[in-house]
Write a protein that binds this ligand. Structure first.
Ligand code: NAP
Length: 317
């Protein structure tokens, strides 16, 4: 198949392209900045369409023309996630495309009302609007926390700096900033596994039916993470108990959000509390996986990486 990857220059977009190549498909890229793409990917593309913005309709029409499937991997910002995805969906409709995987690969926001998790509001709005207005039935995959976000690789997700679980500190040591008790379970998926599942899904016979799918490569607690990393690398992991609980995060979010709403300052104040919104849901499990579709594609399941395998492959993290 010829697969269009929108947002191909991003962390997840690049993995989508690699997974599509691995599965024997052709890839067309769509993005604003082709220079962000490594030669190893750009040299293998069927073509690359450069857009001026996520709502550049002439570019979207060129990009969607003649493709069999579309994967949207835009950055989780409101404008590309809602305005941009909707314009991409409309261009897909004009081109007769029936296979569309929307930006997702998150905690499961599919049942969440608006206003509970502002980063996901654009995705939730897109899902509901597409459902009532488009003949295309998009696919969505929920996979827990992506590996580079878990390991706080710079620019790979919101759990960085002060809101990260994982810190690289002096003398090669690592630190886990413990939220809750350390016994809560986290779903974990390396980016390449999420991409392999997505490409298998969008090229499968189920793709045109759309719907929500659940894939994660592994699940573990923060205590198991520490033990696994220490055993494999021989490097000590400092256990820094923050004392932050899900209830505390919820209380702080409610206070900060209601002040922001009262002053019509949500856009300006969001960055001050969105990390706590993630903490609340990570600890209370409210956005956990509702089922597992991990074994839907045996070739994907066979190559998934557990935490242990991922650390062996990336000991420098
Ligand atoms: N579960 C997790 O832990 C986790 C972590 C991270 C991401 N994700 C999910 O993965 C998906 C992709 O995220 P990512 O981290 O790969 O994103 P990213 O690397 O930050 O950005 C992806 C691409 O979006 C394009 N883009 C950014 N702003 C844009 C704009 N205003 N208009 C048009 N295009 C724009 C950029 O391409 P150009 O600049 O070339 O246009 C960029 O390469 C999202 O659905 C996100 O929610 C999940």
């Amino acid at each position: 198949m010829l697969i269009l990857v929108a947002g191909i220059t991003g962390n997840v977009g690049q993995e989508m392209a690699l997974a599509a190549f691995n599965a024997g498909h052709s890839v067309r890229g769509l993005s604003r900045n082709p220079s962000k793409l490594p030669e190893s990917i750009s040299s293998k593309l069927e073509s690359f369409v450069t857009s001026k913005s996520s709502i550049d309709i002439p570019a979207l029409d060129v990009a969607c023309s003649g493709v069999d499937a579309i994967v949207c991997a835009y950055k989780p910002e409101p404008e590309p996630s809602l305005d941009g995805q909707l314009m991409l969906l409309r261009a897909a409709e004009r081109s007769g495309v029936k296979r569309f995987h929307a930006a997702s690969w998150n905690l499961d926001w599919s049942g969440l009302p608006l206003g509970e998790h502002e980063t996901y509001d654009a995705y939730i709005s897109f899902l509901h609007h597409a459902r009532v207005s488009s003949p295309i039935k998009p696919l969505y995959t929920f996979c827990g926390v992506l590996a580079k976000t878990f390991f706080a690789v710079p620019k790979a997700g919101k759990l960085e700096d002060n809101s990260s679980f994982w810190q690289r500190i002096e003398d090669g040591k690592r630190r886990i900033n413990v939220l809750g008790t350390g016994d809560e379970m986290y779903d974990f998926t390396p980016e390449e596994d999420a991409a392999a599942f997505t490409i298998a899904l969008i090229t499968s016979e189920k793709a045109e039916n759309g719907g929500v799918y659940y894939y994660c490569s592994d699940s573990f607690t923060l205590k198991q993470w520490k033990e696994t990393y220490e055993r494999i690398t021989g490097r000590e992991v400092e256990w820094n108990v923050t004392g932050l609980t899900g209830e505390m995060a919820d209380g702080l979010v409610q206070k900060m959000r209601s002040e922001a709403l009262a002053n019509d300052q949500v856009r300006e104040k969001l960055s001050e509390y969105i990390g706590l919104v993630y903490v609340k849901y990570l600890l209370n499990g409210g956005m956990g996986q509702k089922r597992s579709d991990r074994d839907m594609f045996p070739q994907v399941a066979a190559h998934r990486k557990t935490l242990e395998e991922y650390i062996k492959k990336n000991p420098e993290f």
